[in-house]
Design a protein around this ligand. Structure first.
Ligand code: 9D3
Length: 231
């Protein structure tokens, strides 16, 4: 998979993309992630990417020219692939595991990070295939959402996760939250680990964990309990 990210803040991405699982996935050749400075696609000497809104009003609007040029250039760089152009925007469909799974099947994603008060509507209309939000809260731009998307997509690419965090386990666990976990010491300041976990009876331990996971999910996330996105 190839992921191209278009942003006016390219430096925000290095720390996230060059660490941990995403870095390993790139080193293993499972994904190539490129971050592009939108200003590199401007044609004027001031590298201007936004302007005042027609019709008046406060704030600035991102102009079509740099974004169209960037997307066209990046599509041509992965010419044999089917490309999905995604705009990170508060107006988008809310990202969930089902959407992530569908996106993880793509060969080529272009993520556009919106900013300012908005972007020229023609970008939405003629360039963008899908708009995605990461939740109902206000951020300052699409950069953190693009990183969230890259993270949750990359870990779904076959061969990216090791056995320890495998997707098999995830689907086995279904739509449940995690059961309570403990490690040494068994007695810490008189707070004791449930005896069953020290019993060595693997069947009983598995049953206990399942029961606890059900209890915790019903209590803390009754909404999840009714959902089926991890199945
Ligand atoms: C003052 C601007 N707002 C007018 C109603 C809209 C607005 C535009 C752009 C609010 C925030 C932003 C910046 N956020 C994103 O680009 C964004 C985002 C988010 O804020 N929350 C959750 N997901 C996303 S994806 C992109």
């Amino acid at each position: 998979m190839r992921i191209d990210i278009i942003t006016i803040f390219p430096k925000m991405f290095a720390a996230v993309l060059n660490e941990s699982i995403i870095k390993r996935a790139q080193n293993k050749g499972k994904v190539k992630i490129y971050v592009h400075n939108l200003r590199d696609y401007t044609l004027d000497k001031h590298k201007k990417v936004d302007d005042r809104p027609f019709g008046g009003g406060s704030g600035m609007v991102m102009q079509p020219e740099p974004i169209f040029r960037a997307v066209e250039d990046l599509k041509s760089k992965a010419s044999k692939s089917k490309t999905r152009v995604i705009l990170l925007s508060p107006q988008g469909k809310r990202l969930n595991q089902k959407i992530a799974k569908s996106l993880a099947k793509s060969q080529h994603l272009i993520l556009i990070c919106g900013h300012y008060e908005g972007i020229d509507e023609r970008i939405r209309q003629y360039l963008v295939d899908e708009e995605v939000s990461i939740g109902d809260y206000v951020l300052t731009g699409g950069e953190l959402p693009a990183m969230v998307m890259a993270d949750c997509i990359v870990r779904l690419i076959p061969g990216v996760l090791g056995d320890r965090n495998s997707l098999n386990f995830e689907s086995f666990a279904g739509n449940l939250l995690e059961y309570p976990q403990y490690t040494r010491p068994a007695n810490y300041r008189k707070m004791k680990v449930p005896a069953i976990l020290l019993s060595g009876n693997h069947q009983k331990i598995a049953d206990w964990r399942k029961k606890e996971a059900l209890k915790i999910t019903k209590k803390k996330r009754p909404d999840l309990w009714r959902m089926k996105w991890t199945r």
